[in-house]
Design a protein around this ligand. Structure first.
Ligand code: HEM
Length: 218
């Protein structure tokens, strides 16, 4: 009989978390597209368009809240998944695709949260970006290049919002969607492989039993 141990439960939990991640990405992507209908990625328009979405457009506040909740929940789910997979002993080479997609999914979720910091054009986002860009720019070789990509110039401007918005809504959201599909598919595939291995082991045990009995009676 198969014993249910903690690793078995954690593996089921990992598959469940992969389903939750994919659901959250879909909610964030759909609500993100709805926000894009009214959002204006510019210094003059970002704050005002998000105020309009929240206060004037019917259902706008709900869509914005759903987007923020799903986006932030994805970060926690993807990070939790790494612990669950590790303690569920899913660290063998066979789980490589699951690990790789899970790790990059967590990174793209963090990236989505990070690129969103300037999208609402408020004081906190502005000063946070300014400090972080100062640190990034001081890194050797890649620092100034990355800073130029994010800022799109010397200082924070409409171009910065457009660059961050493009990375957020095209690059990272497509990456997160693709990775969450690959991640779930990899875990489901491994589940099937595990079940097959268990069935083969049970079948060979069953055929070995009568032979043992035969030897014992001789
Ligand atoms: C995989 C899909 C996506 C994820 C996981 C995601 C995640 C996030 C997160 C974490 C935030 C910050 C929420 C906060 O302030 O706490 C955010 C904000 C935002 N996202 Fe996305 N996003 C996704 C797709 C998109 C798409 C496709 C668009 C538009 C085409 C978009 C547009 C926005 C905008 C305009 C904001 C600022 C809204 C606000 O400050 O309330 N997002 N997103």
């Amino acid at each position: 009989m198969r014993t249910i141990n903690s690793a078995w439960i954690l593996r089921r939990l990992a598959t469940l978390l992969a389903v939750v991640s994919l659901t959250l990405v879909l909610v964030a992507a759909i609500t993100g597209i709805l926000l894009a209908f009214y959002y204006d990625p510019s210094v003059k328009g970002a704050f005002e368009s998000l105020r309009q979405i929240t206060e004037e457009i019917p259902g706008g506040s709900l869509v914005r809240s759903l987007h923020n909740i799903a986006g932030n929940a994805l970060i926690y789910t993807a990070l939790l998944q790494i612990f669950v997979m590790f303690f569920g002993r899913q660290h063998q080479p066979a789980w490589f695709t699951g690990w790789l997609s899970g790790g990059f999914l967590a990174l793209s979720a963090i990236g989505l949260g990070w690129t969103a910091m300037i999208l609402d054009w408020d004081q906190i986002g502005y000063w946070r970006l300014k400090i972080e860009m100062g640190t990034l720019g001081s890194l050797p070789v890649l620092g100034p290049i990355l800073k130029a990509i994010f800022l799109g110039g010397d200082g924070i401007s409409s171009t910065t919002i457009t660059h961050m918005y493009t990375i957020h809504s095209y690059l990272l959201s497509v990456a997160a969607l693709t990775l969450s599909v690959i991640h779930l598919a990899a875990l489901l595939y491994q589940e099937r492989q595990n079940l097959r291995q268990i069935a083969v082991a049970a079948a060979s045990e069953a055929t070995a039993e009568p032979e043992k009995e035969l030897v014992a009676t001789r």
